[in-house]
Design a protein around this ligand. Structure first.
Ligand SMILES: [Zn+2]
Length: 275
């Protein structure tokens, strides 16, 4: 791993990581040579992107087709009031580079779809899904399965959050082992319809980041066989065991899904793409 030497500034910048036995100099170099792709520069993406950059992840890709709106600022803390009307990916890129100018940022000011998704995430070491709608969530999950990229997926509504990590390969349950199909449009309200406590989105975005850094570093227990549920009002975390489903439409014995599926996004979201 040691094909480069830290500068003195890097040793200082990352000293609190390097002090950790589980990270150390080798782990820090590993992070600096790794890449992460964030779907959505919204409520989940905001803390995730800031901490990935601060942690020294070498390359960060971001996809989001939206511009910053005033109603985003209650939770999307990577953007500020002067950013209203600006592209979210450009606003996020600026914030990332302010924290860590050594980070290589690739921005895609567009929504993921069946045509661009695989091309965008190809070559990244991990994908974090911070989208706020089911069509995109399933698209990202299928895409990561086909591209064999680890995925950390999170979702938030009102005072509750969910998180799961999907690792590629046999024996690892995929996203569709738990959720075979998206719910019918309109069944589950969006944050725009139902509201969300901004800080709860922050908690889930941070958990996504911690989980992603663990995957990149190869340390700790990964949520690859569990599903995490956070209830902010109860102040409780629950984990539910997840297993591979032999009848899974994506990774089962007779998969019916062999390429990306286009779901209708128009009736599940309106103006806001990311929670
Ligand atoms: Zn599956």
């Amino acid at each position: 791993m040691s094909d480069f030497q830290f500068t003195e500034e890097q040793i200082e910048r990352y000293s609190r990581h390097i002090l950790l036995r589980e990270v150390g100099g080798e782990g820090q170099k590993r992070l600096m040579k790794s890449s992460a792709f964030m779907v959505g520069a919204g409520g989940l993406g905001a803390p995730a992107l800031l901490y990935l950059a601060a942690a020294g992840v070498g390359k960060i890709g971001i996809a989001d087709g939206d511009v910053v709106e005033i109603s985003n600022l209650q939770r999307q803390v990577i953007h500020g009031t002067p950013d209203i009307g600006r592209s979210k990916v450009l606003s996020a890129e600026e914030a990332i580079l302010r924290i860590n100018p050594e980070c290589e940022v690739h921005v895609f000011p567009e929504r993921l779809n069946v045509r661009n998704a695989r091309r965008m995430v190809q070559g990244y070491d991990i994908v974090l899904d911070g989208s706020d709608n089911f069509p995109t969530r399933f698209l990202v999950a299928d895409c990561c399965r086909f591209e064999a990229i680890p995925l950390v997926s999170a979702a938030v509504l009102r005072f509750e959050g969910q998180l799961l990590t999907v690792l590629p390969g046999e024996g690892n349950p995929c996203y569709r082992c738990l959720f075979p199909e998206p719910p019918p449009p309109g069944l589950v309200p969006s944050c725009q319809e139902a509201g969300v406590l901004g800080a709860v989105v922050g908690v889930m975005g941070m958990l996504q980041t911690v989980e992603s850094l663990k995957v990149l570093l190869g340390i700790g227990d990964i949520m690859s066989h569990h599903f995490l549920l956070y209830d902010a009002l109860e102040a409780s975390f629950r984990t539910v065991k997840r297993i591979s489903d032999r009848a899974c439409p994506l990774c089962g014995e007779n998969p019916s899904i062999t390429e990306l599926v286009e779901y209708d996004v128009t009736c599940t979201t309106t103006s806001s793409e990311t929670s």
